[in-house]
Design a protein around this ligand. Structure first.
Ligand SMILES: Nc1ncnc2c1ncn2[C@@H]1O[C@H](COP(=O)(O)OP(=O)(O)OP(=O)(O)O)[C@@H](O)[C@H]1O
Ligand SMILES: [Mg+2]
Length: 324
């Protein structure tokens, strides 16, 4: 990655102390224009503190920050109209309804009445909230609240959208919908920076992922590269309609040095040190009358990568399946 001028965000050695607690420790990274970049880390890792520094809600103790090529350290105001912010807890007014909240946010950006109304209507439609446009925000469900907070964050069509844990506390279906909305925004050109402690969220949404642990940035890379970096064995799963015994002996003859593992009476795992091309393997089996019903390469998950790189136990991270 090269020129800081091309970067939507360029952070250099950002550090934040709260008295003697170092919440963010010399964190450096660049976010490219148009990318979805995720900060993944357990509770207390420093995700919120970092996003607060990037959006000007907190001052770094040291380090420097460029937003869209502008040096903004100590003067983030000049970049604020390019940025949209979705905090982890909503900043909207409970006593105003959905439409009023959006119109109020729009007025803060100097939009005129007609434009405000049109933009609010458009966003309510886009976020599936038209039916509750006249309901008080305080009476919204958590999922509706999060969606309206995101709509408010993009009211002024920012170039970079910052979201702190966009789907935390949201059920699986609503979380999926929020991710779809974010992917759409990104496809339309918005750069997205988000924090999450859901591994699946980073995996599904982010082009590049940064692992943050105890205030330190442990690794930044694409999902593909992260996975490749920890992959020491290659695994292929084969399913056959029958004749598993024969399949096993054939495979043992063909790959005497490899490891096989049966996972059911119709499935076998083959582990090798080198990538195994599937087509010749299937051909070999079929030549001996074994009908292969499924063959797939199994890659390590981001979860495996995270555990291996950070040495952290998964208990500190949350899985989507454990959501309430
Ligand atoms: N205002 C503050 N005063 C003192 N310490 C703080 C303050 N804000 C954060 N910290 C500390 O900084 C560290 C990082 O906190 P931060 O909120 O950034 O973590 P996080 O990754 O967002 O965690 P979570 O997943 O729980 O939201 C923690 O040790 C926290 O206690
Ligand atoms: Mg946080």
């Amino acid at each position: 990655m090269g020129d800081t001028m091309d970067a939507a965000i360029a952070a250099k050695r950002l550090t934040k102390y709260f008295h003697d607690v170092c919440a963010v420790d010399e964190v450096s990274f660049e976010v490219r224009d148009g990318e979805v970049f995720g900060f993944l880390g357990p509770n207390g890792a420093g995700k919120t503190t970092t996003i607060n520094i990037l959006t000007g809600l907190a001052r770094p103790t040291s380090g420097s920050l460029c937003i869209l090529g502008q040096e903004v350290t100590g003067n983030i105001k000049r970049a604020q109209h390019w940025m949209g912010i979705v905090p982890d807890e909503s900043n909207l007014y409970p006593e105003l309804d959905g439409r009023e909240n959006l119109c109020f946010c729009a007025s803060l950006y100097g939009m005129r009445w007609r434009e405000r109304e049109a933009r609010a209507r458009e966003l309510l439609e886009q976020f599936g909230l038209t039916a509750v446009a006249r309901r008080h925000f305080g009476a919204y469900s958590k999922g509706m609240k999060r969606k309206l907070t995101i709509a408010a964050g993009i009211i002024h069509r920012p170039r970079i959208l910052f979201l702190d844990e966009p789907t935390t506390g949201i059920d699986v279906a609503s979380a999926r919908e929020i991710r779809r909305l974010l992917a759409e925004l990104n496809q339309a050109g918005t750069t997205i920076f988000l924090t999450t402690h859901y591994i699946e969220e980073a995996e599904r949404l982010c082009h590049r992922i940064a692992f943050l642990v105890d205030g330190r940035l442990v690794r930044v890379d694409t999902l593909g590269n992260l996975v490749r970096a920890v992959q020491d064995k290659h695994t292929v799963e084969l399913s056959a309609s029958g004749g598993l015994g024969e399949m096993r002996s054939l495979l043992r003859d063909a790959f005497p040095n490899e490891h096989f593992e049966e996972i059911s009476d119709t499935r076998v795992l083959v582990r090798t040190d080198h990538p195994l091309p599937l087509a010749p393997l299937i051909r070999l089996l079929e030549q001996h009358g074994i009908q292969v019903t499924e063959a797939r390469v199994i890659r390590p998950s981001l979860e495996d990568v995270f555990v291996q790189i950070t040495g952290l136990e998964l208990a500190r991270m949350k899985n989507e399946s454990s959501r309430s």
